[in-house]
Each structure stands twice: as structure tokens, then as C-alpha cells.
Design a protein. Structure first.
Length: 56
């Protein structure tokens, strides 16, 4: 599968549901590609004391 193909299909489905035509501006302009594809922040280590205090 080519990169971005799944996103195109999803976007097309959203366009149809919102009644947008092919030449309309894309929905959700506030989501920029860089933001969506940015790596997630590294998970923080879990405090072992907090884990030990939790009731099972």
C-alpha cells in the first residue's frame, strides 16, 4: 500500500459525509500534516512507589 493512501480514503469518506465536493478546501484545516505525523512524546517512567500503593 502506498503511503498516504489510507488517509486519502478516510478524507474522501469524511468529504462525502460532510457533503463536500472534490474541489472544496479540505475539512479540518486546523490539523496540519506536521502535527499529525509528529512523533509522540516519550512515555514517562512509572513511579514504583505509586504502583506499590495501589490496591490490587
Amino acid at each position: 500500500r502506498r503511503p498516504g493512501e489510507y488517509e486519502k480514503i478516510l478524507l474522501e469518506r469524511v468529504r462525502r459525509q460532510m457533503g463536500l465536493r472534490q474541489d472544496d478546501p479540505p475539512p479540518f484545516p486546523q490539523y496540519r500534516r506536521e502535527d499529525v505525523e509528529a512523533p509522540l512524546p516519550a512515555p514517562q517512567p512509572v513511579d514504583p512507589d505509586w504502583v506499590a500503593e495501589r490496591p490490587a
